[in-house]
Design a protein around this ligand. Structure first.
Ligand code: DX5
Ligand code: ZN
Length: 217
């Protein structure tokens, strides 16, 4: 079964604990924290404090997506805050192999995110150092953007590349009732969705919709 990871970026920040409770009770598997620094991406969102304040409120798997420059500076802070998995952007790491080792040395699962233009070849020498690959299906920085179709062949190719390695294929950006079946069919194992869940009047129904196997259109 594909995992659903609601992205807090689209939640009501004035009621975060309630929003988390809603999606947890609604059947979400993971909680996706979009951390942005205003440098790597043109937006600023939240820091370790928000993660730690929600850690005691939820038993969901905390999936921290760092869209920040030099992420190695904050790995320990997010581990202490309660991250179960930390994903760094390949394009933000001069020494990506070392950063992934640092994450694992902290006892946290390690993920690497690829922007839409970044080729899969970046992964060639780190396949045994990762627990997740995040395929960005939008240019990072904002929720509510349009799905970039070139992510589909990229997901299919990644699935081949990984073979039977225990590495999640996570897709993030523009996931909706229309695109979810397509990315699942291509090989995604974790779907991140912000607008399609928190932007809906009934987040629980939205999560159920994303979980359905069949194509909706
Ligand atoms: C964008 C973030 C995504 C985004 C997804 O930089 O990484 O997680 O919040 O939002 P939607 O699902 O609204 O495209
Ligand atoms: Zn994200």
């Amino acid at each position: 079964m594909v995992k659903i990871a609601p992205s807090l970026l689209s939640a009501d920040f004035s009621r975060l604990a309630e929003e988390v409770k809603k999606v947890e009770e609604g059947g979400a598997h993971w909680l996706h924290f979009d951390i942005m620094d205003g440098h790597f991406v043109p937006n600023i969102t939240m820091g370790p404090q928000v993660v730690s304040s929600l850690r005691s409120q939820s038993s969901l798997f905390f999936d921290v997506h760092l869209m920040i420059e030099k992420p190695e500076r904050y790995l320990e802070a997010f581990m202490r805050a309660g991250a179960d998995l930390i994903t760094v952007s390949a394009e933000a790491c001069t020494h990506l192999h070392r950063v992934l080792q640092m994450i694992r040395d902290l006892g946290v699962k390690a993920g690497v995110a690829l922007n839409p233009a970044t080729p899969l070849s970046v992964l060639e020498y780190i396949l045994s150092d990762i627990d997740l690959v995040l395929i960005m299906s939008v240019n990072p920085g904002f929720g509510g953007q349009k799905f970039i179709p070139s992510a589909l062949p990229k997901i299919r190719r990644l699935k081949e590349l990984l073979g039977d390695r225990p590495v999640h294929i996570q897709v993030d950006g523009g996931i909706s009732a229309e695109t979810a079946p397509l990315v699942k069919e291509a090989g995604a194992t974790v779907l991140v969705a912000g607008t399609a869940i928190f932007g809906e009047p009934d987040a629980v129904a939205a999560i159920k919709m994303l979980k359905t196997e069949k194509k909706l259109v």
